[in-house]
Design a protein around this ligand. Sequence first.
Ligand code: MG
Length: 346
Amino acid sequence: MRSNYQRDRDRIVHSTAFRRLEYKTQVFVNHEGDLFRTRLTHSIEVAQIARGICRALRLNEDLAEAVALAHDLGHTPFGHAGQDALNACMREFGGFEHNLQSLRIVDLLEERYAAFDGLNLTFETREGIVKHCSLENARKLGDVGERFIGGRRPSLEAQICNLADEIAYNNHDVDDGLRSGLITVGQLRDVGLFGRHIAEVEREYPSLTGRRLIHETVRRMINTLVCDLVRTTEANVAEHAPADIEALRECPPLAAFSPAIEAENRELKRFLRINLYRHYQVLRMTNKAARIIGDLFSAFLGDPRLLPPQYQRTDDQPRAVADYVAGMTDRYAMKEHRRLFAVGEI
Ligand code: MG
Protein backbone atom coordinates (compact mmCIF):
# COMPACT_ATOMS: atom_id res chain seq x y z
CA MET A 1 0.00 0.00 0.00
CA ARG A 2 3.01 2.29 0.36
CA SER A 3 5.28 3.88 -2.19
CA ASN A 4 9.01 3.18 -1.97
CA TYR A 5 9.65 6.58 -0.39
CA GLN A 6 6.89 6.07 2.18
CA ARG A 7 8.52 2.78 3.09
CA ASP A 8 11.91 4.49 3.37
CA ARG A 9 10.41 7.04 5.76
CA ASP A 10 8.75 4.36 7.85
CA ARG A 11 11.94 2.34 8.13
CA ILE A 12 13.82 5.46 9.24
CA VAL A 13 11.22 6.27 11.91
CA HIS A 14 11.45 2.71 13.25
CA SER A 15 15.27 2.66 13.37
CA THR A 16 17.32 2.75 16.56
CA ALA A 17 19.41 5.66 15.31
CA PHE A 18 16.26 7.74 14.88
CA ARG A 19 15.14 7.21 18.48
CA ARG A 20 18.59 8.21 19.71
CA LEU A 21 18.18 11.65 18.10
CA GLU A 22 15.99 12.58 21.06
CA TYR A 23 19.02 12.54 23.34
CA LYS A 24 21.53 14.20 21.07
CA THR A 25 22.54 17.84 21.17
CA GLN A 26 21.60 20.33 18.51
CA VAL A 27 23.27 23.37 20.14
CA PHE A 28 22.38 22.91 23.78
CA VAL A 29 23.33 19.68 25.48
CA ASN A 30 20.29 17.55 26.16
CA HIS A 31 20.24 17.97 29.96
CA GLU A 32 20.68 21.77 29.89
CA GLY A 33 16.94 22.38 29.63
CA ASP A 34 13.74 20.64 28.65
CA LEU A 35 12.59 23.23 26.10
CA PHE A 36 15.59 23.35 23.78
CA ARG A 37 15.64 21.61 20.43
CA THR A 38 17.22 18.21 20.23
CA ARG A 39 18.28 16.52 17.02
CA LEU A 40 14.92 14.76 17.00
CA THR A 41 12.75 17.87 17.18
CA HIS A 42 15.13 19.58 14.74
CA SER A 43 14.68 16.72 12.25
CA ILE A 44 10.89 16.87 12.64
CA GLU A 45 10.95 20.63 11.97
CA VAL A 46 13.12 20.10 8.88
CA ALA A 47 10.68 17.46 7.63
CA GLN A 48 7.70 19.77 8.23
CA ILE A 49 9.30 22.66 6.36
CA ALA A 50 10.56 20.47 3.51
CA ARG A 51 7.15 18.84 3.06
CA GLY A 52 5.36 22.17 2.95
CA ILE A 53 7.73 23.45 0.28
CA CYS A 54 7.54 20.24 -1.75
CA ARG A 55 3.74 20.23 -1.64
CA ALA A 56 3.65 23.81 -2.89
CA LEU A 57 6.04 22.87 -5.72
CA ARG A 58 4.19 19.59 -6.46
CA LEU A 59 7.30 17.53 -5.70
CA ASN A 60 7.43 14.23 -3.86
CA GLU A 61 6.65 14.96 -0.20
CA ASP A 62 7.38 11.43 0.95
CA LEU A 63 10.89 11.53 -0.48
CA ALA A 64 11.53 14.90 1.15
CA GLU A 65 10.25 13.61 4.48
CA ALA A 66 12.44 10.51 4.32
CA VAL A 67 15.56 12.56 3.55
CA ALA A 68 14.76 15.12 6.25
CA LEU A 69 14.13 12.56 8.97
CA ALA A 70 17.36 10.73 8.12
CA HIS A 71 19.61 13.71 7.48
CA ASP A 72 21.10 13.91 10.99
CA LEU A 73 21.15 10.22 11.95
CA GLY A 74 24.95 10.10 11.80
CA HIS A 75 25.60 12.90 14.24
CA THR A 76 27.83 12.17 17.20
CA PRO A 77 26.82 13.11 20.73
CA PHE A 78 27.33 16.81 21.59
CA GLY A 79 26.68 18.29 18.16
CA HIS A 80 29.38 19.70 15.94
CA ALA A 81 31.98 19.75 18.71
CA GLY A 82 31.55 15.98 19.00
CA GLN A 83 31.94 15.51 15.27
CA ASP A 84 35.06 17.69 15.12
CA ALA A 85 36.58 15.77 18.00
CA LEU A 86 35.81 12.39 16.44
CA ASN A 87 37.10 13.56 13.07
CA ALA A 88 40.37 14.57 14.76
CA CYS A 89 40.59 11.14 16.43
CA MET A 90 39.99 9.44 13.06
CA ARG A 91 42.43 11.63 11.11
CA GLU A 92 44.81 8.78 10.33
CA PHE A 93 42.00 6.29 9.77
CA GLY A 94 39.90 7.94 7.05
CA GLY A 95 38.29 10.73 9.09
CA PHE A 96 34.74 11.06 10.38
CA GLU A 97 31.93 12.94 8.66
CA HIS A 98 28.35 12.94 9.92
CA ASN A 99 26.77 12.82 6.43
CA LEU A 100 28.71 9.72 5.56
CA GLN A 101 27.93 8.25 8.96
CA SER A 102 24.20 8.77 8.29
CA LEU A 103 24.62 6.76 5.09
CA ARG A 104 26.64 4.10 6.92
CA ILE A 105 23.81 3.75 9.44
CA VAL A 106 21.06 3.28 6.86
CA ASP A 107 23.23 1.10 4.59
CA LEU A 108 25.01 -1.04 7.14
CA LEU A 109 24.80 -0.41 10.86
CA GLU A 110 21.08 -0.79 11.58
CA GLU A 111 20.45 -4.48 12.26
CA ARG A 112 16.71 -5.05 12.04
CA TYR A 113 15.81 -6.98 8.92
CA ALA A 114 16.26 -10.67 8.24
CA ALA A 115 17.28 -10.30 4.62
CA PHE A 116 19.76 -7.42 4.68
CA ASP A 117 21.96 -5.15 6.77
CA GLY A 118 20.85 -1.53 7.14
CA LEU A 119 17.44 -0.30 6.02
CA ASN A 120 17.71 -1.01 2.27
CA LEU A 121 16.56 2.49 1.28
CA THR A 122 16.06 3.81 -2.26
CA PHE A 123 18.85 5.50 -4.18
CA GLU A 124 17.02 8.88 -4.01
CA THR A 125 16.77 8.84 -0.21
CA ARG A 126 20.39 7.71 0.14
CA GLU A 127 21.73 10.37 -2.23
CA GLY A 128 19.72 13.00 -0.34
CA ILE A 129 21.36 11.97 2.92
CA VAL A 130 24.84 12.60 1.52
CA LYS A 131 24.64 16.37 1.39
CA HIS A 132 28.30 16.93 0.71
CA CYS A 133 31.50 14.95 0.94
CA SER A 134 35.12 15.09 -0.14
CA LEU A 135 36.10 13.76 -3.58
CA GLU A 136 38.23 11.15 -1.90
CA ASN A 137 35.23 9.85 0.04
CA ALA A 138 32.91 10.18 -2.97
CA ARG A 139 35.05 7.66 -4.86
CA LYS A 140 34.36 5.07 -2.17
CA LEU A 141 30.58 5.58 -2.16
CA GLY A 142 29.57 3.98 -5.44
CA ASP A 143 26.29 5.20 -6.97
CA VAL A 144 25.59 8.00 -4.48
CA GLY A 145 29.15 9.32 -4.82
CA GLU A 146 29.07 9.74 -8.59
CA ARG A 147 27.40 13.14 -8.60
CA PHE A 148 30.22 14.68 -6.56
CA ILE A 149 32.77 13.40 -9.08
CA GLY A 150 30.69 14.48 -12.08
CA GLY A 151 29.60 17.83 -10.54
CA ARG A 152 25.89 17.01 -10.75
CA ARG A 153 22.97 17.89 -8.48
CA PRO A 154 20.74 15.59 -6.42
CA SER A 155 16.93 15.56 -6.73
CA LEU A 156 15.03 18.80 -6.10
CA GLU A 157 13.58 17.20 -2.98
CA ALA A 158 17.11 16.68 -1.63
CA GLN A 159 18.11 20.24 -2.54
CA ILE A 160 15.04 21.51 -0.71
CA CYS A 161 15.77 19.41 2.39
CA ASN A 162 19.18 21.02 2.51
CA LEU A 163 17.67 24.51 2.57
CA ALA A 164 14.84 23.44 4.90
CA ASP A 165 17.59 22.31 7.30
CA GLU A 166 19.02 25.85 7.22
CA ILE A 167 15.63 27.49 7.65
CA ALA A 168 14.90 25.23 10.62
CA TYR A 169 18.17 25.67 12.48
CA ASN A 170 18.62 29.39 11.92
CA ASN A 171 15.17 30.06 13.28
CA HIS A 172 15.11 27.59 16.13
CA ASP A 173 18.57 28.67 17.20
CA VAL A 174 17.27 32.25 17.43
CA ASP A 175 14.41 30.94 19.55
CA ASP A 176 16.58 28.68 21.74
CA GLY A 177 19.32 31.30 21.94
CA LEU A 178 16.86 33.88 23.26
CA ARG A 179 15.30 31.38 25.65
CA SER A 180 18.72 30.53 27.06
CA GLY A 181 19.52 34.22 27.56
CA LEU A 182 22.83 33.87 25.70
CA ILE A 183 21.62 36.28 23.01
CA THR A 184 19.15 39.12 23.36
CA VAL A 185 16.35 40.72 21.34
CA GLY A 186 18.35 43.96 21.47
CA GLN A 187 21.29 42.36 19.66
CA LEU A 188 19.03 40.71 17.09
CA ARG A 189 17.30 43.96 16.17
CA ASP A 190 20.41 44.83 14.15
CA VAL A 191 20.11 41.63 12.12
CA GLY A 192 18.03 42.42 9.01
CA LEU A 193 15.73 39.41 8.83
CA PHE A 194 14.88 39.51 12.54
CA GLY A 195 14.89 43.31 12.77
CA ARG A 196 12.34 43.98 10.06
CA HIS A 197 9.99 41.21 11.19
CA ILE A 198 9.98 42.22 14.85
CA ALA A 199 9.36 45.84 13.80
CA GLU A 200 6.39 44.67 11.72
CA VAL A 201 4.98 42.66 14.65
CA GLU A 202 5.41 45.58 17.05
CA ARG A 203 3.59 47.88 14.64
CA GLU A 204 0.64 45.48 14.37
CA TYR A 205 0.61 44.42 18.04
CA PRO A 206 2.14 47.29 20.08
CA SER A 207 1.44 45.65 23.47
CA LEU A 208 2.91 42.23 22.63
CA THR A 209 5.98 41.29 24.73
CA GLY A 210 8.05 38.33 25.87
CA ARG A 211 7.86 34.87 24.35
CA ARG A 212 4.85 35.68 22.16
CA LEU A 213 6.63 38.59 20.56
CA ILE A 214 9.60 36.33 19.80
CA HIS A 215 7.47 33.51 18.50
CA GLU A 216 5.37 35.77 16.29
CA THR A 217 8.61 37.21 14.86
CA VAL A 218 10.23 33.81 14.27
CA ARG A 219 7.17 32.36 12.58
CA ARG A 220 7.11 35.31 10.19
CA MET A 221 10.80 34.82 9.45
CA ILE A 222 10.18 31.16 8.60
CA ASN A 223 7.25 32.16 6.41
CA THR A 224 9.33 34.74 4.53
CA LEU A 225 12.13 32.23 3.90
CA VAL A 226 9.77 29.44 2.83
CA CYS A 227 7.74 31.65 0.49
CA ASP A 228 10.88 33.12 -1.05
CA LEU A 229 12.34 29.65 -1.57
CA VAL A 230 9.15 28.41 -3.25
CA ARG A 231 8.92 31.43 -5.56
CA THR A 232 12.60 31.46 -6.49
CA THR A 233 12.72 27.70 -7.08
CA GLU A 234 9.58 27.85 -9.22
CA ALA A 235 11.16 30.62 -11.33
CA ASN A 236 14.44 28.70 -11.65
CA VAL A 237 12.64 25.55 -12.78
CA ALA A 238 10.64 27.57 -15.33
CA GLU A 239 13.81 29.20 -16.63
CA HIS A 240 15.88 26.03 -17.01
CA ALA A 241 12.88 23.82 -17.85
CA PRO A 242 14.66 20.48 -17.26
CA ALA A 243 12.84 17.82 -19.30
CA ASP A 244 13.43 15.09 -16.74
CA ILE A 245 15.36 14.20 -13.58
CA GLU A 246 18.58 13.56 -15.54
CA ALA A 247 18.39 17.03 -17.10
CA LEU A 248 17.73 18.52 -13.65
CA ARG A 249 20.91 16.88 -12.33
CA GLU A 250 22.91 18.75 -14.97
CA CYS A 251 21.35 22.15 -14.11
CA PRO A 252 22.83 24.49 -11.50
CA PRO A 253 21.09 24.12 -8.11
CA LEU A 254 17.49 25.11 -8.85
CA ALA A 255 16.29 25.17 -5.27
CA ALA A 256 17.47 28.53 -4.00
CA PHE A 257 16.64 31.75 -2.18
CA SER A 258 16.50 35.06 -4.06
CA PRO A 259 19.75 37.08 -3.77
CA ALA A 260 18.25 39.54 -1.24
CA ILE A 261 16.94 36.81 1.08
CA GLU A 262 20.11 34.79 0.62
CA ALA A 263 22.09 37.80 1.88
CA GLU A 264 19.79 38.22 4.90
CA ASN A 265 20.01 34.52 5.64
CA ARG A 266 23.80 34.69 5.54
CA GLU A 267 23.79 37.68 7.90
CA LEU A 268 21.66 35.75 10.39
CA LYS A 269 23.93 32.70 10.19
CA ARG A 270 26.95 34.87 10.81
CA PHE A 271 25.28 36.49 13.81
CA LEU A 272 24.51 33.10 15.31
CA ARG A 273 28.02 31.80 14.69
CA ILE A 274 29.65 34.73 16.43
CA ASN A 275 27.17 35.33 19.23
CA LEU A 276 25.66 31.94 20.01
CA TYR A 277 27.80 29.04 18.74
CA ARG A 278 30.95 30.79 19.98
CA HIS A 279 29.43 32.13 23.19
CA TYR A 280 31.78 31.30 26.03
CA GLN A 281 29.13 29.30 27.87
CA VAL A 282 28.48 27.21 24.76
CA LEU A 283 32.23 26.81 24.18
CA ARG A 284 32.74 25.60 27.75
CA MET A 285 30.24 22.85 27.16
CA THR A 286 31.50 21.93 23.70
CA ASN A 287 35.07 21.92 24.97
CA LYS A 288 34.13 19.45 27.68
CA ALA A 289 32.21 17.42 25.12
CA ALA A 290 35.18 17.25 22.79
CA ARG A 291 37.33 15.94 25.64
CA ILE A 292 34.79 13.24 26.48
CA ILE A 293 34.75 12.04 22.85
CA GLY A 294 38.56 12.12 22.63
CA ASP A 295 38.96 10.23 25.92
CA LEU A 296 36.45 7.56 24.94
CA PHE A 297 38.03 7.04 21.53
CA SER A 298 41.57 6.74 22.93
CA ALA A 299 40.53 4.38 25.71
CA PHE A 300 38.65 2.06 23.34
CA LEU A 301 41.24 2.07 20.60
CA GLY A 302 44.03 1.65 23.16
CA ASP A 303 42.34 -1.44 24.57
CA PRO A 304 39.53 -2.80 22.39
CA ARG A 305 38.75 -5.37 25.12
CA LEU A 306 36.88 -2.52 26.86
CA LEU A 307 34.37 -2.48 23.99
CA PRO A 308 31.15 -4.50 23.80
CA PRO A 309 32.05 -7.69 21.85
CA GLN A 310 30.27 -6.71 18.62
CA TYR A 311 32.57 -3.69 18.32
CA GLN A 312 35.77 -5.68 18.86
CA ARG A 313 36.94 -6.14 15.31
CA THR A 314 40.12 -7.14 13.60
CA ASP A 315 39.33 -5.74 10.12
CA ASP A 316 38.97 -2.04 10.98
CA GLN A 317 39.08 -1.41 14.71
CA PRO A 318 39.27 2.42 14.50
CA ARG A 319 36.11 2.57 12.37
CA ALA A 320 34.29 0.24 14.76
CA VAL A 321 35.27 2.49 17.69
CA ALA A 322 34.04 5.54 15.75
CA ASP A 323 30.73 3.76 15.01
CA TYR A 324 30.33 2.95 18.71
CA VAL A 325 31.20 6.43 19.96
CA ALA A 326 29.16 8.20 17.25
CA GLY A 327 26.12 6.10 18.10
CA MET A 328 26.10 7.23 21.73
CA THR A 329 23.59 9.73 23.04
CA ASP A 330 24.91 12.69 25.07
CA ARG A 331 24.08 11.13 28.40
CA TYR A 332 25.33 7.67 27.41
CA ALA A 333 28.67 9.19 26.41
CA MET A 334 28.90 10.97 29.78
CA LYS A 335 28.01 7.77 31.59
CA GLU A 336 30.58 5.72 29.63
CA HIS A 337 33.16 8.39 30.40
CA ARG A 338 32.45 8.14 34.11
CA ARG A 339 32.53 4.34 33.94
CA LEU A 340 35.93 4.37 32.29
CA PHE A 341 37.62 7.25 34.05
CA ALA A 342 35.99 7.94 37.42
CA VAL A 343 37.41 5.89 40.23
CA GLY A 344 34.55 4.52 42.30
CA GLU A 345 32.12 4.30 39.34
CA ILE A 346 31.09 1.01 37.83
MG1 MG B 1 20.26 19.29 10.41
